[in-house]
Unconditional design. Structure first.
Length: 130
């Protein structure tokens, strides 16, 4: 009886010393677009068929589709890792005008971005092409 109590006490101590596994595999990513000319886009759409448009996890090789940006904000859930991000998109403004915008700051493995937090905001400084 005494040995059983001692064993249960030791098991309780050992289980209290271990860290509970609560790490998430995913990152809630908010992409905050800012335009070089200061305008606010009502929406920005990105054509996934264009070869340079990529949101790719370098660790897994998985490609993600870009969200539609509404009021310069796009949100999605991605697996944590190192990402290459680049795109050309079509921005629609409140006055009905359109412009082609580009983001290429994280377009190569050397300039890739780490997305390792449970929630992360990434500012995308867009260039207005036309």
């Amino acid at each position: 009886m005494r040995n059983k109590i001692l064993i249960f006490a030791l098991l309780a101590l050992l289980s209290a010393c271990t860290k509970p596994v609560q790490d998430s595999l995913y990152c809630r990513l908010s992409l905050q677009a800012t335009l070089s000319d200061g305008r606010e886009a009502v929406s920005i759409t990105i054509d996934p068929a264009l070869p340079g448009n990529q949101l790719r996890n370098l660790n897994t090789g998985m490609n993600y589709s870009f969200p539609i940006f509404v009021n310069n904000l796009g949100q999605l859930q991605v697996q944590k890792g190192v990402y290459v991000i680049s795109f050309d998109g079509d921005a629609l403004f409140a006055d009905g005008s359109h412009a082609t915008v580009r983001f290429s700051a994280h377009s190569t493995p050397a300039t890739a971005v780490n997305l390792m937090e449970d929630a992360q905001v990434l500012e995308l400084k867009l260039i207005v092409l036309r």
